[in-house]
Design a binder for this molecule. Sequence first.
Ligand SMILES: Cc1ncc(COP(=O)(O)O)c(C=O)c1O
Length: 361
Amino acid sequence: MNLLTTKIDLDAIAHNTRVLKKMAGSAKLMAVVKANAYNHGVEKVAPVIAAHGADAFGVATLAEALQLREIGIAQEILCWIWTPEQDFKAALERNIDLAVISPAHAQALIDSDDQPIRVSIKVETGLHRSGVDESEWEAVFDALAAAPHIEVTGLFTHLACADEPENPETDEQIIAFRRALALARKHGLECPVNHVCNSPAFLTRSDLHMEMVRPGLAFYGLEPVVGLDHGLRPAMTWEAKVSVVKQIEPGQGTSYGLTWRAEDRGFVAVIPAGYADGMPRHAQGRFSVTINGVDYPQVGRVCMDQFVISLGENPHGVQAGAQAVIFGENGHDATDFADRLGTINYEVVCRPTGRTVREYI
Ligand SMILES: Cc1ncc(COP(=O)(O)O)c(C=O)c1O
């Protein structure tokens, strides 16, 4: 029996995939499953997404792309974080598409002329992270158009402010993207499949779907824009078994530094999740866990392996072995938990690590 688990609801993943597929309409649906499917466990999650409508997969690293092939994913896979010094040929051999994110990346692929290569060019349009700068577009387009072993599937870019639908920055980026596309075509690249939409843009800007959309977060059932509801079902619940319940007297403190002291006689309970498991130490005093539908505040320092909650007088008789929901089903949702911690739902689903074990339902 595991004390600390993330329950991953594969039916929710299937449901979300169907919802997104329908929303995508005629656009292809690329599922972003980087970071171990946003910490949901790519081995189990990707086949479900593949079976329910994804046309393609997107990952950050070469290792993630290779892992998808190893688990039997046959759809096209695009990888966008790699360097020419890495063994990118292993990925090409497995039919993985590589993103050209700088002129050096383009050159490495042009020089690697031993096999057909499919690429998508990531153009810089305003995020200023990775992507080919406008001053380099022409040279990169020309060089790739002249390489007979390279097939350019299209262009893509990543939006900086799509989670703020009113922010004009997105439209500025789209203007730049369309400029890049026109230039690429003028320089002989057909660019049949182009894409800009992450989850927030996909869900709020159907006018930007183009030939493919590229959401991640939405597959896991979370809304990237506060206040929206697309009928997605959160797939992850982080929960722990209470390891100890003990009495505490007025004035007694708990956990390192005794930063919290009981005002009244009551009970505290220990939850076996600490910063080694992804519960941030600075979460102290900011959240509560839910046991049988009742909320109990976290108190005192978050330790490496455990934190403490106050049960007050323990009117509901919580005992060791009780199931405490940190976030997810029957507790606070990931977005609410994230708000309390001063972060975003993307980060909190990536948090459960360490001794947390995934259980699939
Ligand atoms: C290049 C790229 N495309 C798409 C996504 C998916 O974003 P989201 O999870 O907001 O849908 C990400 C994630 O950060 C990304 O880096």
